[in-house]
Write a protein that binds this ligand. Sequence first.
Ligand code: PLP
Length: 396
Amino acid sequence: MKQIYLDNNATTCVDEKVLEAMLPYLKENYANPSSMYEPARISARAIEKSRSQVADFLGVEDSKQIIFTSCGTEGANTAIKGVVAQFADKEKSNLIASRVEHPCVLSVYESLEKKGYKTNYVGVDENGDIDINSLISKVNEDTILVSIMHANNETGAIYPVKEIAKEVKKINKDTKIFVDGVQAAGKIPINLDDSEIDFYSISGHKFHAPKGIGALYIKKGTLFEPFMLGGHQENSLRAGTLNTPYIVGLGEAAKLAKEALSFELSEVKRLRDKLEDGILSQLQNAKLNSKAKNRVPNTTNIGFEYIEGELILLYLNELGIYASSGSACTSGSLDPSHVLRAQKVPFTSLHGSIRFSLSRFTTEEEIDYTIKHVPEVIKKLAKISPFQKELNELGL
Ligand code: PLP
């Protein structure tokens, strides 16, 4: 059976070249990079090379502003909790985030609320675009942090993070800006030197490095309390023995992703658009949820009216097509996606929304196969849907 992996926003395959770069550090070059002898220095040099590759990928000249983390979730927790830990006056706190952030941000906000910190959320419109004016109107002298993602994992919507950072700092220059860049990295250009963003997190497994490695950009001079305490690694900003092989893998993946960016923006986008048009043109009950002004080139989210999303995924799975409903971390729960709800996607397609996310390894043949089979699956499911009258009216 064919295996067509269209869930690259959940995770990606490890690029062969990334694995090759990592292997020597899993085999012979295993020395602890913090030690003094020559093999350790080899590891330490490899880590610094990777730091420069990640910095280059993020448009950062001074690589000292990059620390390695275990994942995107750690990056978000480090930034948010690290900033908040410096503010004793909960009553005078104001933390802002969008309603469509990943749970790695929203859950931290919820836990801070329980501790007495004040939070404020901004919504998105029916296209999934963020309401910047509403966000800015919530900023005041007590605003300690604004968390806003660069690209949304479910719809691919891109948010104007640089503009937001600039406007927020005009009102309160002390407000820190955390950007979750996990779904933007490798999909759109990133240039942090040219921004007022204080923290920016990425995760290797979303751009062909393995799971368990990420990075966090921390603007020079930004004060925060480190999340991981222990040894003096990473200038005491993140304790723990450095994971040399995975860090090397992250650096290589960052280099490759930068080289592949124009391919991503042209060829991956072309295939994504072909898939999207191919499905929408064949099914009257298919509605596009990814309607933001700007979006990453690899993602489409389509709602199939009156059809159950989990059933669509099960039927596609039988055909070897792997996609998702909601984000991988929250699927497993049957609650409709908080992102699509924030966007006010009508209930008729909310439960039947499927995300297809491509990578630079997706082929035309795979897209053609998917375009052929998705409508067949939807037509089969339409026959067993309790909404026969509505579906008949839509030609199904
Ligand atoms: N932020 C976004 C937007 C994501 O999509 C994800 C993972 O799906 C994360 C953060 C969490 O990243 P990680 O799995 O590396 O913890």
